[in-house]
Design a protein around this ligand. Structure first.
Ligand SMILES: *[C@@H]1O[C@H](CO)[C@@H](O)[C@H](O)[C@H]1NC(C)=O
Length: 289
C-alpha cells in the first residue's frame, strides 16, 4: 500500500495497468470490431463496450451474429452462458461454415431442456456438403449458471472440440484413407439462438414454452488465433505455431476418454442401425494413429 504513495511507483503502476488493459483488449475480441449482428434485429445486442453479446429468442424470431473475418484454419474460443431455466425447444448454435453447395462446417449446438434436465452438446463435421458425423455429449457442469469456454481447434491435421480446455472430440485428417477433410474452403464463425422444438429436446417431444420467452444466451471473450482470409489468401498471426501443429498429448487423450466414457450420449460411429453395412472409415481410426 505504502508504495502507491510514492509518485514514481504510482506512475509505474499506471503504466502497468495500461499495458495490462491493452493486452486484454488486444486478445479478448471486441464484438463491435469482430462481429456483425445479422439476424433478429434488436434481439441481438452488444453491451459493455463490446465485451458482451446477447442473443434472444421470442415467438416471432430468434437472432444471430457472425464474425467479420473468414478463416482457413485457426483456434477459436468463445465463452457462452446458455439459456437458463426451461430452455426446452431452444437451440444455441456456434459453428464455422463455408459457403456454397459443397460447404464445410464444424458445429457446436446446444440443445435446451426442461429446468433441471441436462443440455445436450451436439457436434458435427461437414465436408463438401456431407455431414452425418454426429456426436452428442452431456456436460459435467450446469452451462446456464456461468460462462464456459467452447473452442474449436482446426488445423491441417485435425479438428478438436474443447470444453473449458478439455477435448471432447477429435476428427483427424484421414485424407490418405479417402476420408474428406475440410482444408480448402475458408469458413466464417456463426452463432444463433432459435426455436427447434420439432427435434431438439427429447427428439421433439418437449415443445418450447413461450410463456417463458424471451430466451437469452450470452457471449463473451471471443478469441481467435487463426489464419484470416483476405484478398484471396490467408494471413496467419505470428504465434501460429502453437495451434497450427497442436495435437492431443497423452494427458489430453486421457481427458477426452473420460468425457467420452462418462458423458457421451450419441456416437454415429457406434450406431449400427444407421450403418448396417459398416461404419464410416474414420470410425475405425478414432483411437489410433
Ligand atoms: C433432456 O432431459 C432428458 C431427461 O432427463 C434427457 O433424456 C435428454 O437427453 C435431455 N436433453 C435433451 C436435449 O433432450
Amino acid at each position: 500500500m505504502a508504495a502507491f504513495r510514492s509518485p514514481s511507483s504510482a506512475s509505474t503502476g499506471l503504466v502497468l495497468l495500461f499495458l495490462i488493459s491493452f493486452c486484454v483488449a488486444a486478445f479478448a475480441g471486441n464484438f463491435y470490431q469482430n462481429c456483425d449482428t445479422v439476424w433478429g434485429k434488436d434481439r441481438a445486442q452488444i453491451y459493455d463496450g463490446g465485451n458482451l453479446l446477447t442473443l434472444s429468442l421470442d415467438k416471432i424470431s430468434g437472432s444471430g451474429f457472425q464474425s467479420k473475418n473468414e478463416y482457413l484454419f485457426g483456434k477459436i474460443d468463445m465463452q457462452l452462458k446458455l439459456v437458463p431455466g426451461n430452455s426446452a425447444g431452444t437451440v444455441t448454435t456456434y459453428y464455422l461454415s463455408s459457403k456454397g453447395e459443397t460447404w464445410d462446417e464444424i458445429d457446436f449446438e446446444f440443445l435446451g431442456n426442461l429446468s433441471g434436465h441436462p443440455y445436450i452438446v451436439h457436434t458435427n463435421v461437414f465436408c463438401q456438403g456431407k455431414g452425418n458425423r454426429e456426436q452428442q455429449f452431456y456436460l459435467w457442469f450446469d452451462p446456464t449458471a456461468d460462462f464456459h469456454t467452447y473452442s474449436i481447434l482446426w488445423n491441417p491435421q485435425r479438428i478438436v472440440f474443447y470444453v473449458d480446455g478439455i477435448p471432447i472430440r477429435e476428427f483427424k485428417n484421414l485424407e490418405f484413407l479417402g476420408v474428406p477433410f475440410p482444408n480448402k474452403q475458408k469458413m466464417r464463425l456463426y452463432s444463433s439462438l432459435w426455436n427447434a422444438d420439432n427435434w431438439a429436446t427429447r427428439g421433439g417431444l418437449v415443445k418450447t414454452d413461450w410463456s417463458k420467452a424471451p430466451f437469452k444466451a450470452s457471449y463473451r471473450n471471443f478469441n481467435t488465433d487463426a489464419c484470416v482470409w483476405s484478398y484471396g489468401s490467408s494471413y496467419c498471426s505470428p504465434n501460429k505455431n502453437a495451434w497450427y501443429w497442436e495435437e492431443l498429448d497423452f494427458a489430453k487423450k486421457g481427458q477426452m476418454k473420460w468425457v467420452q466414457d462418462n458423458y457421451m450420449v450419441y456416437n454415429y460411429c457406434t450406431d449400427k442401425k444407421r450403418f448396417p453395412y459398416g461404419f464410416p472409415t474414420e470410425c475405425a481410426f478414432a483411437n489410433i494413429l
